[in-house]
Design a protein around this ligand. Structure first.
Ligand code: UTP
Length: 417
């Protein structure tokens, strides 16, 4: 795109503020802005704006509960059979793990990538990346293998993460088995669909969500690399759950036995009003529906056994076959928008500092990939074994709650402390 074409596009896509800034700013910064603007996908920008102008879906359609397997209700032999199937895949080196660490971790408010956050667990404090390594190393030892580990970073935090891992010598993990890949970004836009510039004349962007992992794996050659290694199943997990069990032979065995391409470990809701996404069938498709979207009568509904009808919840413990990853990487997931406060450069090149939400950030969500499949397998996990997320600075899902869950779990497991 040359300069004239860029100006045409800015006019065509109604980027009036940017056009004014370009007139008012000095040449050096103008050139810097123009270079970045040439990289903007204006059609996508229009789609983003369309997304914010659309009314929220009022009708949730037909909602049905989803079936899951509860390991507590399996007999020992049945459970072992599933586990053997999964263990074979791991021992035969057909399994890899991917960790999503491209998020901004805004709620935690920690300066730096979340994986570099240190949590004060017993017997000694550990970084979140270190906890992931511990889990992988335990599995490597058990199954006599080295599991390939892929870490998704973002353009914002990639360099910090790579140098952190180098500095800590990968916490003893064989670095030949560790790969990093960057996810994408999407521009932020104001309520009237305008691109935003920060005080350094850079276009304001943010990571495009954890659902970006599929396309990013494809674009960055990760899927090719996995295929070359003979990988058939990939566990994709988050960086911030200190009880995450990425190497889950039971889950894999169930997926294989049930003929599913995707499997997830769920957590059952504490109470009907707990604010976590429910796994369900919506208009015939596998979906995760946010608490806020569930109609009131559905929130409280119980099944014949008195269990919460939409209690099965998605907590980012997902296993995908290679076939599933390849299929999803070619699909376009929907955008989810978040209304937030962002400062930006106004048309007179002065920074505008908002006092209320004024702009939108867009993300793809990993669970939107489920709907491309007729079924997924669900194995019910346990909160005290599987789910100790660090989201907030304090209160629920904070370092304090995660620390307690981690310590309690490990005290029971092997008497540490
Ligand atoms: P969250 O959606 O909880 O986001 O991420 P976050 O970045 O950790 O925290 P907030 O919302 O800004 O406070 C769940 C997982 O998905 C990853 C996160 O790193 C975490 O492991 N993630 C999220 C990405 O890898 N990329 C993204 O763009 C967003």
């Amino acid at each position: 795109m040359n300069d004239a074409e860029l100006i045409e596009n800015l006019k065509k896509y109604n980027q009036t503020r940017t056009l004014k800034i370009l007139k008012n700013i000095d040449k050096l910064n103008r050139d810097k802005m123009v270079e970045q603007l040439k990289e903007i996908d204006f059609v996508q920008l229009k789609d983003l704006y369309k997304n914010i102008s659309e009314e929220a879906k009022v009708n949730v359609g037909e909602l049905k509960p989803i079936k899951s397997l509860n390991p507590d209700k399996m007999d020992k032999e049945e459970k072992e059979k599933y586990e053997e199937i999964g263990e074979d895949v791991i021992k035969n080196k057909k399994f890899a793990v991917a960790t999503m660490s491209g998020g901004q971790g805004t709620r935690l408010g920690f300066k730096g990538p979340k994986g570099t956050f240190k949590i004060d667990v017993e017997p000694e404090p550990k970084y979140l990346f270190e906890i992931i390594v511990d889990t992988l190393q335990r599995a490597n030892k058990k199954y006599n293998t080295i599991i390939p580990w892929y870490i998704m970073t973002s353009p914002e935090n990639n360099d910090q993460i790579v140098s952190f891992m180098e500095k800590h010598n990968y916490f003893g993990y064989n670095k030949e088995f560790v790969g990093f890949f960057e996810q994408g970004e999407l521009p932020l836009i104001t309520e009237d669909g305008q691109i935003m510039f920060d005080e350094n004349c850079n276009i304001e962007k943010a990571s495009d969500g954890n659902g970006s992992i599929f396309k990013s794996m494809y674009i960055k050659g990760v899927l090719e690399d996995m295929k070359e290694k003979g990988i058939e199943w990939v566990y994709i997990g988050s960086i911030d759950n200190v009880l995450l069990k990425m190497v889950d032979p039971l889950l894999m065995g169930v997926a294989i036995k049930e003929g599913s391409q995707i499997a997830t470990r769920s957590i059952f809701k504490n109470c009907p009003t707990e604010r976590i996404g429910s796994l369900c069938i919506q208009d015939g498709k596998v979906k995760v529906i946010e608490y806020s979207e569930l109609p009131k009568d559905m929130i409280e509904a119980k099944d014949a056994n008195g269990e919460i009808l939409f209690g099965e919840s998605h907590v980012m413990c997902n296993l995908f076959s290679m076939k599933a990853l390849e299929k999803i990487s070619l699909q376009t997931l929907q955008y989810h928008k978040a209304h937030k406060k962002y400062s930006y450069m106004d048309e007179n090149c002065k920074m505008f500092i908002p006092d209320k939400p004024n702009a939108y950030k867009f993300e793809y969500f990993i669970f939107d990939s489920f709907e491309f499949f007729d079924q997924i397998s669900i194995v019910r996990g346990k909160r005290e074994e599987d789910f100790a997320p660090i989201k907030n600075k304090e209160g629920v899902d904070s370092p304090e709650t995660a620390r307690k869950l981690y310590n309690d779990y490990w005290r029971k497991q092997n008497g540490r402390v």
